[in-house]
Design a protein around this ligand. Sequence first.
Ligand code: SF4
Length: 286
Amino acid sequence: MRTRTLVKIQEGCSQPCSFCIVPRVRGPERSRPQEEVVAEVKARVAEGYKEVILTGTRIGRYGPGEGLRGLITHILEESDVQRLRLSSLEPSDLTPDLLRLWEDSRLCPHVHLPLQSGSDSVLERMGRAYSTADYQRAVSLAREAIPNLALTTDIMVGFPGESEGEFNKSYRFCERIGFAGLHIFPYSPRPGTRAARMANTVGNGEKKRRTHLMLDLAEGSSRRFRERFLGQEMNVLWEGEKEGIWFGLTGNYLRVFLPSQEQLANELLTTNLVAHKEDGVWGELT
Ligand code: SF4
């Protein structure tokens, strides 16, 4: 069933993160022409897709015209897309100009902002282009501009040299931010990267322990985020059904479940979020 689809707008990365092989494998940043992307979005909408997700290695570095902001503006102006979602951004992408675009409610209130670590010294060894203070500032701006924002992230655990103190800092930073979702990855070396040659690696047992701690934090954090919306009505794009239970997503990435015999596929329906579920929330049609 056609419900959500990906449209690639950009490829490659020119940032030298010490753990990542992508710049070497995919090459430097290059972007698709704006008209081509807008035309593809229109074509997907004509095929019946209701949600389009703009993807790429670093979509914030989208190049032609007025960059990502210009591209999104053209898509929203020229297409009838009902939902537009961005795959992943960096803290420096979240400028007031870009954030103003969320005044159009078709742009999903969901920002995936990979943090990797909440310790400044680890971020420096990773070669990331921001500090925790930069990250915190970007989050505050985004939360101010986008009501009901779901902020999700990636966290790497056990980067070479990550001390107990650095891990604790990272843990507490994640706790303070209060993410809607965290993807936790234990560090594993990619041959050919600078990080793979770093000394002072974290043992597997310790990596496992830290990963479990972060996973527990992630579970609590996303549950608290979901609970904030119980009792509210939100638009859900229903995607599919398994054993009589339909599943779909809100704009802010809550997975909603609903027992129903009706055909709901690809319907964007106002839904009451009524109860917590292990991996989402239960909904009722209004
Ligand atoms: S982690 Fe992301 S930003 Fe860093 S080098 Fe890899 S693709 Fe680029």
